[in-house]
Design a protein around this ligand. Structure first.
Ligand SMILES: NC(=O)c1ccc[n+]([C@@H]2O[C@H](COP(=O)([O-])OP(=O)(O)OC[C@H]3O[C@@H](n4cnc5c(N)ncnc54)[C@H](OP(=O)(O)O)[C@@H]3O)[C@@H](O)[C@H]2O)c1
Length: 301
């Protein structure tokens, strides 16, 4: 019986699909009518059965869940699919994921793996509130559940998308940059999601997920400087300014980004000892990732 992946065209979901294909595990990818055709074709080339649906359309979820063993949900409206008030955090991340878990239960699926985020990410903002509400629903669903709570992804939060741009020589940091964060690679998040399908440790469990070490943003800058051989100009956005941005934000995505940036400023250190003892996995470090970025911009050392 296949595993259904919701969010299969996304950063984590597509890596999960590659891993499932590599392990010969049958899987079905939930894609939208509007999903990028090249991403859908890439999933089909991996051997995925693709089904068209949308988590805001209950009938499409019932159809997608027929005969599945488990569901892995990494879907989110933010940032790439965000449509204010339409494909938004409330209707999609919250109500849509809850509807997906309910559809999985109705269809007789065994398990549900839900991609939340770190328990250290606290505060009153839409994405954080949604993650905790969906976590609670999944735990009460009657399905075997795994709630995955990864820290900040390296491939998002140490990139130009958030102003961290070693290639241009300048990086933006939220807050003082002193509080350590257990940056994690998308590849490792995907690896844990796949292992959650069969690891006894992950059954009916909430797993905080971080990289191999907690590294402060200021130390991350030093690592990138060493690996790229460049001196980086560092700009800090004060927490008070982020709070002002959150209060003035025009929509739930902007409110949530400002909330996430304030939580980043406060740090997110995660001890992986117990999880790695049960689910051993080599983890990508900031040092490894900075080396890859340096190679990419032609200054690797
Ligand atoms: N970024 C971080 O640092 C971080 C840290 C911890 C946890 N997380 C969580 O990790 C998860 C995966 O992140 P990611 O970077 O892989 O996300 P992503 O690349 O933005 O992918 C989002 C996926 O959701 C799908 N989607 C959006 N709206 C949908 C709808 N209405 N119905 C069905 N599918 C829909 C998208 O499909 P289309 O291609 O059709 O748009 C896409 O496949 C998210 O839940 C995120 O909150 C992220």
């Amino acid at each position: 019986m296949p595993v259904l992946i919701a969010g299969a065209t996304g950063l984590v979901g597509s890596d999960i699909c590659r891993r499932l294909a590599g392990q010969g595990i049958p899987f079905r990818a939930l894609v939208r009518a509007s999903s990028d055709p090249s991403k859908v074709a890439a999933l089909q080339a991996l051997g995925a059965e693709t089904v068209i649906g949308d988590v805001r359309d209950r009938a499409s979820l019932d159809a997608a869940c027929v005969g599945v063993e488990s569901v892995i949900s990494t879907l989110s409206a933010m940032p790439f699919a965000y449509e204010p008030g339409t494909n938004d955090i409330g209707p999609t991340d919250r109500d849509g994921t809850i509807a997906l878990a309910d559809a999985a239960k109705r269809a007789g699926a065994r398990g549900f793996v839900y991609m939340s985020f770190s328990g250290n990410i606290e505060g009153d903002f839409p994405l954080r509130n949604t993650k905790r509400v969906v976590e609670a629903h999944v735990r009460e669903s009657g399905l075997d559940y795994t709630v995955l709570r990864p820290s900040y992804f390296m491939e998002v939060w140490l990139t130009p998308a958030v102003g961290f741009d070693p290639a241009s020589g300048s990086v933006t940091i939220f807050g003082s940059g002193e509080a350590p964060i257990s940056w994690i690679s998308i590849r490792d998040v995907a690896g844990f999601a796949v292992r959650s399908l069969d690891a006894p440790f992950a059954r009916n469990a909430t797993l905080e997920l971080g990289g191999p070490a907690a590294v402060s943003p200021n130390d991350a800058v030093r690592i990138f400087e060493r690996r790229t051989g460049r001196t980086l100009t560092v700009g800090h956005v004060p927490i008070a300014e982020l709070a002002t941005q959150q209060a003035a934000a025009a929509n739930d995505m902007l409110r949530s980004f400002a909330g996430l940036q304030q939580c980043y400023a406060q740090g997110d250190a995660i001890d992986m000892t117990a999880t790695l003892a049960e689910i051993p996995m080599p983890l990508v470090s900031v040092e490894d990732y900075a080396g890859e970025v340096a190679e990419g911009i032609g200054s690797g050392r």
